[in-house]
Design a protein around this ligand. Structure first.
Ligand SMILES: [Zn+2]
Ligand SMILES: [Zn+2]
Ligand SMILES: [Zn+2]
Length: 1184
């Protein structure tokens, strides 16, 4: 068939080549109805050029199209031979200072970590190498395709927005100048005419939905009757399915089928059969039948060949427009104008709107062609970028909904352009105030998650596959919200305030649907049969983490906004939990003469949820009230009197008790889903807006209530109230209950509760809670990480939370707390904690996992032993609380606290039985230490007229109350000091007694009222051996438990990586600021050389250029330029060798494998030393 067709095609080609572009253009210039004239030309010629047979001939088609179709347009536009016309235009052009290079898939992109406004601001390689950022800390990634270079965009860079190349023009561009002034009236008019017709033609034909009928003005009489069977891409069917189906349907070879499938995947569609209608229809039905069994069938259309021809030319035309506007910014502006001009149907009828709204109906290839055109036109023109942004925002809801139901990846959706628009600070701000963008994004998101439980909360448990699919896709909206918020306003208008708060309202509605979601109930008796769904809720939480933090950042910038946001958040929290006492029985608790009313609620028996975003947001805002001092400046504007501390603390406390109970093994029957949730709750990715904020909320509550009341409520929620409220309960308890599990459980709960109190008093490193700044906070994180062990850069980064800009803030403080130890032969350089920072070590640092805590404890004790110091690890001296939280310290000297301390010490003194543990004692000792530090600090900073109200030393010197007449805490400590079974804690007890005496002396010297002193009674020693055996047994249990936990954790990590691939996507982080010292002495050959005199050896100057295998950058190898590293592995091989006894005599610059401790010329080539230093361990291979 093909051979028959050949001569005919050739005849057509000949007649086509006789066409003259100049003549056609001349005809058009005379035309009264240009549109009709052009359309007739296209109607006649397009089907003769495109789609003449079963297979496309792109080169020939393009050549003919240029000659017959595009040539006349170029002549028309220029009014002369375009070979002269375009260079003229180009010369007259004042090019934009924007680079705008569109990235191809896999192309390297660079972002400056010091100067980029956000991580989406990137440079192409050429611009990067010509910019100041090449000497900054930068990040290199490979583009997924679709973005463009931000060089020249002053909003994208804090410094150095231009590279050398794009800087040239900036001095001239003072103000925004209309680029049209560089064009003649005639050119403007003609360009406008031809662009309007061609752009409209392309849009019309690409969005044409009929399969065998052309638009009326393109129909011709002598139409051929050939069709294509067109196969479209989807993301449902696999390659194999498509290939198999094609072989069956169109009777092709496997190779051909693979070819078809590849093109379909790449371009989005491919004709798989050419012929008459019947013939194509037959193939279509086979394909549909074969692919519809389990899923929706593959999309196939039988299309008239002339429609396909026009569509192919439509695409060609769009790329042509893209290249033509490259000649002149004026042409570009005209195209923008044509594109955004409202069409005859009013709103949404501009060509740009029509393309966007049809996006999800277009095939991949068509989408990427017009997306590229948008990027090189609308997004490159400062004026039209704004107008386009408005169109995009107005269509936002529709575009996102189309995207959610479409199955193509996001990079093929117009919705993906949001990153280009929303990350421009001025545009984002405008869209928030003028288009209410924040609210629109959040509402659109909520609209797609309609499935709720009876209380209106999200319910992911019963999601169908379709709902789960939608949920995955709708998550990209959170990313859009992040883009909008990423650059914070420097000034606020009333409009911005109003619209932000409106958006905040919508955001609270979203959080409200999450508050209390996925509630769980403890499983008793039987183990659960099915692991409940938990990942969706956590995915949502994780994706929202940065958004929640950014919302707080925004609120922190304006006092009015902060006050309003606080009120709104409190109101929503009250809606969520206003009736938290409903149905619960009120009960009264009393200890040591204090009593409080609360409700009867047991975490172990009733529903509890780990998701409390509204409470946590309020906690964050409360801290901001303190940090910004709004709480002191405008107390009358705040609803502080409406706050009910018991209501505030209730749910966060339940959540923390849940964690304690899980740790105590009480929730074993609930399976792994719960273990995972607890893990993420504390994990570095989530904790900032989960665990950390729960601690803050409790701190907030305690600072507003009687600490005795708080402690009693806490005892009750921990289900430990009985133990501490009943004298001698412990003793009876251990003798009555023989079930060891229950005893062990209670011990763990007591330990956890004490740990929580330590955290509440000791965690004051969030600015606003304590008098610290952000630097102190990050320093402390690093100090504690390095207390575990020295760490490599990457390891350290992983343990610190990243902000929305992917920064940890580590670089700015690391020098202050750590030494960098250069890598030895084994590879990685390590950060080591400076010795003077060891005093800031807190054994109960709240971000330690159990394993980390025990490792850190071991390491720190070892260090102390090495320094020949005692091994006590006393609590560090802490910064003072901010005034709003100041009363929190009183928890340490409250009656109930003292009672708890006394009880635990009592158990330790009477150490027989199971009902206490060393950890428990250790925590009590730590708490006592904290109280002493606190008192000492108070005394040190006290002024004449103030009385120190913190009198812990006095209180612990008094003996217990009448009924049991127990000895004083101090006395018990003195007893324990000599207890042989507490060897490990001896140093700590000694430290406490020493500090106590110091304080006593300060008090005596400064005031007349001496501290009452009581002599402690000394208990006799008890049998030592029994105790030793017991400790050994415990150590063994602990070891087994650790092993089990480690195994669980690595399993969870693996799982997490599988689930969150993009989080772990590797970005190469290049640290350009430090470089390893390398000595690159020139290599001298071993022949005799003469240095001076007439016979001086001529050393030829060899210039050697090498290419870095990582960044592909060229660099000359010179002594004075940057050091280079060559890594190669040379091995002797006897393969292909004739003389097997010969050895390489002179290895030249080769370095023997067994190298002595090489300091100097470690290795050499083709990686600049700065890159060599990268942490990511890689093995460079040099292929010569
Ligand atoms: Zn560039
Ligand atoms: Zn540039
Ligand atoms: Zn920079």
């Amino acid at each position: 068939m093909a051979s028959e067709l050949e001569p005919e095609v050739q005849a057509i080609d000949r007649s086509l080549l006789e066409c003259s572009a100049e003549e056609t253009a001349g005809k058009w210039l005379q035309a009264t109805d240009l549109t009709r004239e052009v359309y007739q030309h296209l109607a006649h010629y397009v089907p003769q050029i495109y789609c003449r047979g079963p297979n496309p001939f792109p080169q020939k088609e393009d050549m003919l199209a240029q000659h017959v179709l595009l040539g006349p347009m170029e002549w028309y536009l220029c009014g002369e031979d375009p070979a002269f016309g375009f260079p003229k235009l180009e010369q007259a052009n004042k090019p934009s200072h924007l680079c705008g290079r569109v990235f191809k898939v896999g192309e390297p992109t660079y972002s400056c970590r010091d100067c980029a406004v956000d991580p989406t601001c990137v440079l192409c390689m050429e611009c990067f190498l010509g910019s100041i950022h090449r000497d900054h800390r930068y990040r290199m990634t490979t583009s997924g395709g679709g973005g463009f270079c931000d060089c020249g965009d002053t909003e994208a860079w804090k410094e150095g927005p231009y590279c050398q190349k794009h800087e040239l023009n900036t001095s001239e561009i003072e103000e925004e100048e209309d680029p049209l002034v560089h064009l003649s009236e005639d050119v403007i008019a003609r360009t406008y005419n031809i662009f309007a017709i061609m752009f409209r033609y392309a849009v019309e034909i690409l969005t044409w939905e009929k399969e065998s009928e052309l638009p009326a003005d393109l129909e011709i009489i002598e139409k051929r009757d050939t069709y294509y069977c067109m196969l479209f891409n989807d993301e449902v069917h696999t390659y194999e399915q498509v290939i198999y189906t094609l072989q069956k349907a169109v009777n092709c070879t496997q190779k051909e089928a693979i070819g078809f499938a590849t093109t379909v995947d790449r371009d989005g569609r491919r004709s798989v059969r050419y012929g008459d209608f019947q013939y194509c229809e037959q193939a279509k039905s086979v394909i549909v039948r074969n692919t519809s069994r389990q899923t929706k069938p593959l999309k196939v259309q039988v299309m008239h060949s002339s429609i396909v021809a026009h569509q192919n030319f439509g695409l060609k035309l769009l790329s042509w427009l893209g290249s033509i506007i490259g000649y002149s910014d004026g042409l570009r502006r005209i195209l923008c104008q044509v594109g955004l001009q409202e069409g005859p149907d009013g709103e949404n009828s501009s060509l740009v709107d029509r393309l966007m709204l049809n996006d999800s109906k277009l095939w991949k290839g068509a989408r990427s062609v017009y997306h590229q055109l948008f990027m090189s036109s609308l997004l490159m023109d400062l004026k039209y970028k704004k107008l386009f942004a408005v169109r995009f925002a107005k269509n936002y809801e529709r575009l996102q909904s189309d995207y959610v139901t479409d199955d193509h990846d996001r990079e093929f959706s117009i919705a993906d352009l949001s990153v280009q628009i929303f990350t421009v600070p001025s545009l984002a701000r405008m869209l928030i105030t003028e288009e209410n963008l924040m609210t629109i994004i959040i509402k659109t998101f909520m609209d797609h998650l309609r499935h709720r439980d009876a209380q209106g909360r999200f319910q992911f448990e019963r999601y169908t596959a379709l709902q789960a699919f939608k949920f995955r896709r709708v998550q990209s909206l959170i990313l859009d919200l992040k883009y909008v918020l990423i650059s914070k306003p420097t000034e606020w208008s009333d409009d911005l305030r109003q619209k932000f708060l409106e958006g905040f309202d919508a955001f609270l509605e979203l959080l409200k649907c999450m508050q209390g979601m996925d509630p769980i109930t403890r499983q008793v008796g039987q183990h659960i049969e099915m692991e409940p769904e938990w990942e969706a809720a956590f995915t949502l939480q994780m994706k929202l983490t940065h958004v929640i933090s950014m919302m707080q950042d925004w609120c922190a910038l304006d006092e009015k906004v902060l006050i309003e946001a606080y009120k709104k958040c409190l109101a929503v929290l009250m809606q969520c939990h206003g009736g938290f006492t409903d149905g619960e029985q009120p009960i009264t608790l009393s200890i040591c003469g204090h009593s409080v009313e609360t409700i009867r609620y047991c975490v172990s028996q009733e529903k509890v949820s780990i998701h409390l975003p509204v409470s946590r947001l309020l906690a964050g805002l409360h801290v901001l009230l303190s940090k910004s001092e709004v709480a002191y400046k405008f107390p009358e504007l705040l609803p502080l009197s409406e706050l009910s501390p018991p209501m505030l603390i209730e749910h966060p406390l339940r959540c923390l008790v849940l964690c304690a109970q899980v740790h105590a093994g009480m929730w074993r029957r609930n399976g792994f889903s719960l273990v995972n949730q607890i893990y993420y709750y504390h994990n570095v990715k989530c904790r900032r807006e989960m665990f950390d904020k729960d601690i803050v909320m409790l701190q907030t509550g305690v600072s507003m209530m009687d600490p005795n009341h708080f402690l009693m409520i806490m005892l009750s929620r921990f289900e430990l109230y009985q133990i501490f409220s009943t004298p001698d309960y412990g003793k009876r308890f251990s003798s009555e209950i023989t079930h060891k599990d229950v005893v062990q459980q209670n011990n763990t709960l007591i330990e956890e509760m004490l740990y929580l109190i330590i955290m509440l008093v000791g965690e004051r490193f969030s600015p606003g809670v304590g008098q610290v700044n952000a630097t102190d906070e990050i320093k402390r994180e690093i100090i504690h990480q390095l207390s575990i062990k020295p760490m490599a850069h990457s390891e350290l980064v992983k343990s610190l939370p990243e902000d929305e800009n992917k920064e940890t803030g580590m670089e700015s403080v690391i020098e202050a707390v750590a030494h960098f130890k250069k890598p030895g032969l084994t590879g990685r350089g390590m950060y080591e904690l400076k010795p003077e920072c060891a005093k800031d070590f807190n054994l109960y640092f709240y971000h330690f996992s159990r394993a980390e805590q025990s490792k850190a404890e071991e390491a720190q004790r070892k260090l102390k032993r090495q320094n020949r110091e005692d091994t006590a690890l006393p609590p560090p001296v802490l910064p003072p609380f901010c005034p709003l939280f100041a009363s929190l310290v009183n928890i340490l000297q409250s009656d109930v606290m003292l009672c708890i301390m006394r009880t635990v010490l009592q158990w330790a003194v009477e150490h027989n039985g199971y009902a206490w543990s060393e950890s428990m004692l250790q925590r009590v000792l730590h708490l006592i230490g904290m109280a002493l530090q606190e008192e000492k600090q108070h005394l040190d900073s006290v002024t004449e007229e103030h009385v120190v109200t913190f009198t812990f030393t006095q209180k612990i010197s008094k003996p217990g109350e009448a009924p049991n007449n127990s000895p004083s805490i101090l006395a018990m400590l003195e007893t324990l000091q000599n207890a042989p079974y507490l060897d490990v804690h001896k140093d700590m007890i000694r430290w406490i007694l020493k500090t106590f005496n110091t304080i006593k002396k300060i008090r005596e010297s400064s005031s007349a009222s001496p501290v009452a002193e009581t002599e402690g009674t000394i208990m006799e020693e008890s049998s030592r051996d029994k105790d030793k055996a017991e400790r050994k047994r415990k150590a063994e249990i602990a070891r087994l438990r650790r092993e089990k936990i480690m195994a669980q954790m690595s399993e969870m990590q693996r799982h997490f990586i599988d689930e969150n691939k993009e989080l772990f996507q590797q970005t190469l982080e290049l640290d350009a600021s430090t470089s390893a010292v390398l000595d690159n002495s020139p290599v001298v050959s071993d022949m005799a050389l003469t240095a001076l005199g007439p016979a001086q050896t001529q050393v030829p100057e060899q210039r050697q250029f090498v290419t870095c295998i990582l960044c592909q950058e060229e660099q000359e190898v010179k002594v004075e330029s940057k050091a280079m590293v060559l890594a190669a592995f040379v091995q002797r091989s006897t393969v292909l060798s004739k003389n097997r006894s010969k050895f390489i005599q002179d290895p030249g610059i080769l370095i023997p494998f067994k190298l002595k401790n090489s300091e100097g010329n470690r290795d050499c080539a083709y990686i600049p030393a700065t890159m060599w230093k990268m942490e990511n361990s890689f093995v460079p291979s040099v292929s010569a």
